[in-house]
Design a protein around this ligand. Structure first.
Ligand code: AMP
Length: 448
């Protein structure tokens, strides 16, 4: 796509409280050039959409041409408007009740799609209803009685209404969009989807969006689309296929033990261990050295020349383990490594992608393992959500890990002693430069 001009605009997800903020990539085309009618172009402008995103630029012209479309894209790509706009445009041409159905795996996503539909359709007076579980069936039935143009639903609740709400049918439906199909199928909505598809007319247009193309999604595609065209965008949330990513679910108090166990497992390979603070970086490096590993710390309290010196040692393989904070690692040309260990989880998925991108470069294979403790579950779920897939758990024999307990505890004691003198030196350095003592995290931030 040569026409893609990478202009980035910061956007928050609509109404998705837990979602990370995203940057929306835009193309140099206009919505009008894609064939969108003036009223909807105006609605896009009102939404602050200056130009189409790549997935919109690819999917919309095909959809307007009357084709069924499979879009490989995830949240943050602008996929919602990629199926909402063509549906609304067709609705404008032949308005009727129950014209379109948008299916989504979760309530939040359904509301988000409905909000986008209502806002984009505000210039053409579109009426929309949301049918999701956990909300009053009667109120939803009354809303259906008002004959909306578009139904946005999760499959379970839609099926309930199709079976129980008198006078409600989708016999005359013209457009169906299935959003996040992979998640829908992961959430066991397969049976409901089959039942829904049976009561929809075959003569219709269908759009199917999914972050990944699993065999389940492929069979849904065969069951629901006719002669579709496939479009996809490579997302910044995608990782390369040669990367084996997994996680380790462990108690916080055993992090050191599992780290040492993994480093033994990957002995002889080059590794980066990511931590969140200068203190942890230094402590982990001291501990590993006490155990005889060639570990070198890289963090924001080192001068630029010390950082480069550390990197050179790592590059020349005189040390094969780099312990680093994100901030220190940013902007430096860190060589490709075999293993990335997220000893501390990153706070957002962008940083995750940045970190794991240190391995599996240029077609080589690589391993990334993230430590998930009882305190990290929510952050980890958010990262998986942004990646659009569930990662595998790294298999470890607990007994073999526990064998290391004594030696690691001893190394840890030694690291604490070394940390004391490190902190003292740092205090002197702080005074010397007249800045006083700053918190470790502040330092990291400043150095970024
Ligand atoms: P989605 O991937 O559909 O969830 O969209 C992600 C975010 O991008 C939402 O906040 C949309 O409102 C926004 N968005 C969608 N299309 C565009 C566009 N063409 N220009 C700018 N922002 C957009």
């Amino acid at each position: 796509m040569s026409a893609v001009k990478k202009r980035k605009i910061s956007q928050e997800h609509l109404g998705e409280a837990s979602a990370p903020s995203t940057e929306v990539e835009q193309t140099s085309k206009t919505f009008k050039e894609l064939g969108i009618i003036d009223q909807l172009c105006e609605a896009c402008e009102n939404m602050g959409y200056k130009s189409p995103t790549p997935i919109q630029a690819q999917a919309i012209p095909l959809a307007i041409d009357g084709r069924d479309v499979i879009g490989l894209a995830e949240t943050g790509s602008g996929k919602t408007a990629a199926f909402v706009l063509p549906t609304l445009q067709a609705l404008m041409e032949t308005p009727q009740p129950f014209f379109g159905l948008f299916l989504a795996p979760t309530r939040e996503l359904a509301y988000q799609i409905a909000q986008a539909t209502e806002t984009l359709g505000s210039t053409i007076g579109v009426r929309c209803v949301v049918l999701v579980g956990g909300m009053d069936m009667v109120a939803q039935s009354i809303a259906l009685g008002k004959k909306p143009h578009i139904v946005v639903a999760t499959p379970g609740r839609l099926l309930d209404h199709l079976e129980n709400t008198k006078g409600f049918s989708l016999r005359n439906l013209k457009y169906l969009a299935i959003d996040e199909a992979d998640r829908l199928l992961d959430m066991d909505f397969g049976d409901s989807l089959d039942k829904i598809l049976k009561v929809l007319p075959r003569q219709r247009h269908t759009y199917l969006f999914s972050a990944t193309m699993s065999s389940k999604v492929e069979s849904l595609q065969r069951a629901s689309l006719s002669n579709p065209l496939r479009v996809s965008v490579s997302s910044k949330y995608q990782t390369v296929s040669t990367l084996q990513s997994s996680y380790l679910c462990i108690p916080h108090k055993h992090k050191n033990l599992y780290l040492v166990y993994l480093l033994n497992e990957f002995a002889g390979q080059s590794s980066i261990i990511f931590t969140t603070t200068v203190h942890e970086t230094q402590r982990v490096a001291f501990m590993l050295r006490a155990l005889g590993f060639g570990a070198i710390p890289l963090h924001g309290q080192l001068s630029q020349s010390a950082r480069l010196g550390a990197l050179n040692k790592f590059r020349s393989r005189s040390r094969d383990i780099l312990v680093a904070t994100d901030v220190a690692a940013r902007g430096l040309d860190i060589p490709s490594v075999d293993v990335v260990l997220n000893f501390d989880l990153p706070m957002d998925s962008k940083t995750y992608i940045h970190r794991v991108g240190r391995t599996a470069r240029a077609g080589k294979s690589g391993v990334a393992i993230s430590f998930v403790t009882q305190y990290d579950v929510e952050v980890w779920m958010r990262i998986e959500w942004a990646l659009g897939k569930k990662l595998k758990e790294h298999a470890v024999e607990k007994d073999e890990v526990m064998v290391l307990a004594e030696r690691v505890a001893e190394a840890q004691r030694q690291a604490i002693i070394e940390m004391k003198s490190f902190d003292e030196k740092k205090g002197i350095r702080g005074k010397k430069f007249g800045k006083g003592k700053r918190s470790r995290d502040d330092m990291d931030q400043e150095d970024g």
